[in-house]
Design a protein around this ligand. Structure first.
Ligand SMILES: *Cc1c(COP(=O)(O)O)cnc(C)c1O
Ligand SMILES: [Zn+2]
Length: 443
């Protein structure tokens, strides 16, 4: 397990196991789901070995990326790593926003910063590197946009051929970015996510293509675990009270929860945060299941009826059992937010200097609701993951601002007049962000 170059312990992976029937598989073959029961697999590690050898000092001396945490990651040989710099994102203490929401200790984990500007980079850094290790040559994924952008970038560098299936509704900016990498792309029209799942099964089983869809690929959520480690370290080796996660298929929130539970397993913390799953009201299968106390989710809602396209999922893969496990076992909750609440949250985030896509702002909207409801205590430490950048979602977040920004000639008179008009009409507000209530100015 020792890597001679860096003198550091390598991956502690020992294999894969089915989460349902516990059947074991080697992690050295490109196996996706359980051959016996069809359910998702999880990587298994020798936590005892990690516990014996783990050294935070050594981790922090490694370059800042997800690979710092190599012990907990499934890639055996670092020569297979495809590193575009995913992970090690800033954790900001959001004092102004916290003031508006009534929280002293609100933090924002900025996963809108990274190789392709979304949380997907953590998961593709790890899953594509593992695919390289497994000798995968041809693969595909389905995506609402951010996953395809991240896979496009990582596969380009890895030299893996990929076919990208993207939701018909993906924004022009997401499509343009994905297309620039030059892999084949198809836009997919569907109503229930189950239709996508069936097409994926066909492509894998009949066409023999490896794929990268959350949960059906065992390694995507392994990358998301690295939030847990980073947040724990950034909060001075403590876990927050709440970890708030915009949720689509649930790979992100499940991965984060798994990361925290691993820290507990190896003795670096004695508790895990309450995981808060956030979905749009228009399609909220995990929230509906949570409100009923159910451990499996039924289909719910319309994915086309929300501006939160990146987290619009109306039929959770494998009944959402992993997402609900993370909620129940952490003592967390699941809550839905309306597009109006999300738009207002995106506007509030600009006070912290952040331009988030709508899906990424839902966490802040949810926290605002739960503080008012008394579920979140004002003294608790709350981390919201900002999952994606507003730059890839201009049709909602900003393009309409263009029409409202005047064009003037370079004369002093025109400038003075235009300024007077702007001051009168906007009274200090940013153009294009006119939805919602007045922002309280703290400082
Ligand atoms: C993919 C995505 C999520 C959530 O991802 P899941 O792992 O599918 O739950 C959240 N926010 C943004 C911006 C995303 O692109
Ligand atoms: Zn099984």
């Amino acid at each position: 397990m020792t890597n001679a170059d860096t003198g550091t312990p390598g991956s502690a992976i020992t294999g894969l196991a089915c989460g349902s029937c516990t059947r074991a598989y080697p992690d050295t073959e490109p196996i996706l789901t359980c051959r016996a029961c069809g359910n998702p697999l999880d990587a298994i590690y020798d936590y005892h070995a990690i516990r014996e050898r783990f050294s935070l000092d050594r981790v922090l001396r490694r370059p800042p990326s997800v690979w710092r945490w190599h012990e907990f990651l499934p890639v055996r040989d670092l020569r297979h790593v495809v590193d575009l710099g995913a992970g090690s994102t800033p954790l900001l203490h959001a004092e102004r926003l916290g003031g508006v929401l009534g929280l002293r200790r609100l933090y924002l984990k900025r996963d809108d910063i990274g190789p392709t500007s979304s949380l997907k980079d953590r998961s593709f850094a790890v899953a594509v590197s593992k695919a390289v290790e497994l000798g995968v040559r041809q693969a595909f994924t389905y995506s609402s946009g951010n996953a395809a952008a991240s896979l496009a970038a990582h596969a380009a560098k890895a030299g893996i051929e990929v076919v990208l299936l993207v939701n018909e509704q993906a924004s022009a900016q997401k499509l343009a970015m994905i297309a620039t990498y030059g892999h084949p792309i198809l836009r997919l029209r569907w109503t229930m996510f189950q239709e996508v799942t069936e097409l994926l099964r066909f492509a894998h089983e009949e066409l023999g293509l490896y794929h990268f869809v959350n949960f059906a690929n065992p390694f995507r959520h392994e990358g998301q675990k690295t939030y847990g480690y980073e947040v724990w370290w950034e909060l001075e080796q403590r876990v927050p009270d709440w970890m708030v996660h915009p949720t689509g298929t649930g790979g992100g929130v499940y991965g984060a929860w798994r990361g925290f539970t691993e820290l507990r397993t190896v003795g670096l913390t004695n508790r895990v945060p309450k995981m808060l799953v956030v979905e749009p009201e228009a399609c909220a299968p995990a929230v509906v299941a949570y409100e009923r106390g159910a451990h499996g989710a039924s289909p719910h809602g319309d994915v086309h009826a929300t501006i939160c396209d990146s987290i619009a999922c109306n039929d959770l893969p494998y009944g959402g059992r992993r997402v609900l496990t993370a909620v129940y076992e952490s003592g967390g909750a699941a809550v839905s937010v309306s597009d109006e609440e999300t738009t207002e949250a995106a506007r509030l985030l600009t006070q912290e200097g952040i331009f988030a896509e709508p899906s990424a702002a839902t966490g802040v909207a949810a926290v605002r609701k739960l503080v008012v409801a008394g579920t979140i205590d004002p003294e608790e430490v709350v981390v919201c993951v900002i999952t994606g950048s507003g730059l890839k979602h201009l049709d909602v977040t900003g393009l309409h601002a263009l029409e409202r920004v005047p064009v003037i000639p370079t004369t002093a008179t025109a400038f003075r007049e235009a300024l007077a008009v702007l001051r009168r009409s906007s009274s200090g507000r940013a153009p294009g962000l006119a939805v919602g209530a007045e922002v309280t100015t703290g400082a």
